[in-house]
Design a protein around this ligand. Structure first.
Ligand code: SF4
Length: 108
């Protein structure tokens, strides 16, 4: 009889700690950002994406104009100030704000 309140309290403690742990794992998982787009990714290769606009192959992409970077591209999404952000043309991965690809379009 004397052990029942203690056992109930221990069970409650276990449930509370378990629930808090599960909530923490869930929150941590949801907060992990997408991976950065690799220049060798087939989607990146198809559009000539480079992490640094200074590395654009100007013979292959003569339409490139110095000063065009992801950061001033219409397709860039996400939060200003982040160095890697989502791009509507290359979904699921983050692009460098200093990068460039052949789908670059001027912001309006
Ligand atoms: Fe960068 Fe624009 Fe190309 Fe996306 S579409 S990778 S933001 S240049």
């Amino acid at each position: 009889m004397m052990n029942r309140p203690i056992a109930r309290r221990a069970l409650l403690k276990t449930l509370v700690v378990g629930a808090a742990g599960a909530a923490l794992v869930e929150r941590t998982g949801a907060a992990s950002p997408p991976a950065r787009l690799d220049e060798k990714d087939p989607a990146a290769v198809a559009l000539g994406y480079v992490v640094h606009a200074s590395d654009v192959d100007t013979k292959k992409y003569p339409a490139y104009v110095k000063g065009q970077i992801c950061e001033n591209c219409l397709q860039l999404q996400g939060t200003a100030g982040d160095t890697y952000r989502p791009c509507s043309v290359l979904p699921g991965k983050l692009v460098s704000v200093s990068g460039w690809c052949s789908a670059w379009a001027a912001e309006m």
